[in-house]
Write a protein that binds this ligand. Sequence first.
Ligand code: UT7
Length: 308
Amino acid sequence: MQGAIATGWGIAVPDKVLTNADLSARLDTTDEWITERTGIKERHIGGTTSGLAIEAGREALRRAGREASEIDLLVLATTTPDAIVPGTSATVQNGLGIAGGAMDLNAACSGFVYALVAAHGFILAGARRVLVIGAETLSRITDWDDRRLAVIVGDGAGALVLEATDGPGELLAWDLGADGSLRNLLYCEHGGYLFMDGKEIFRKAVRAVVESSLATLERAGLKPDDVDLFVPHQANARIISAAAARLGIPEDRCVVTIDRYGNTSSASIPLALADALDSGRLTAGSTVLMSGFGGGMTWASAVLRWGG
Ligand code: UT7
């Protein structure tokens, strides 16, 4: 049976770094509050979603040793597209010189895992190589006078090249979910700013990550103890700790990058994944569990045996 494996990865973040001290200088907040309540110390701000996606995509292609002309499809997860029309993926296709198709996918902070699962499906349907990118510029839809959101958001992008393989692929199981009755917990109307009911999302997020992760592991015939590395959406360090504790996954198996990047929505999991790959924490044969949640409300988990 044909499966898919990741052969390259890349990230991009804007040059401009905004520290907690920078935010405290203009908002009624402190480094102490932000660090204790979120785990964030700094975030990168700026650029465009397409620009960051192109940079991350180029790096992933270089690592995979592939030309853009060899890519059959680009799936771009974003909740902050450059424009309503055209899809930002088309701009990225043009910027990279991808020969195949390009589509946007919006599942908010769950977007990257949705895109990853979709990409595996396209490979089973006959695509040979799919570029999956999560890219965001949340700073553009943030009210910088709203201290509840301004301290959380960050911009960035992460990309993976997925390739068809004749051996067993790396995706062992997945779980995708949505509950649109919860739309008012996190939304941004056209032309408006992001609104978030932080407390309620926090509660729902922990439950969603735990239930979705357990469902995914069960489908793969695995237990939390089998997970070598947990790569959760980086929304709040306290959500990651609470979910990991309930799953019984020790903290030293969790990837946490929120201190450097803030909450970058659909870019957060690929940014964390790249960090684990660059530091050698994620290697061939590792069992990696990813789990995201966010506006919609949506949630998404996938368990992979890295390298197939
Ligand atoms: O990406 C996916 C979706 N998003 C999430 O998953 C985010 C989930 N939620 C969260 O991460 C947390 O709810 C926040 C970090 C957003 C907020 O933390 P919290 O511990 O839930 O704080 P809170 O909203 O309950 O506010 C506690 C207090 C309030 O003051 P009072 O009413 O107790 O006097 C807030 O006004 O903290 C105040 N506060 C702040 N103080 C200093 C809120 N924001 C700030 C701030 N600096 N930036």
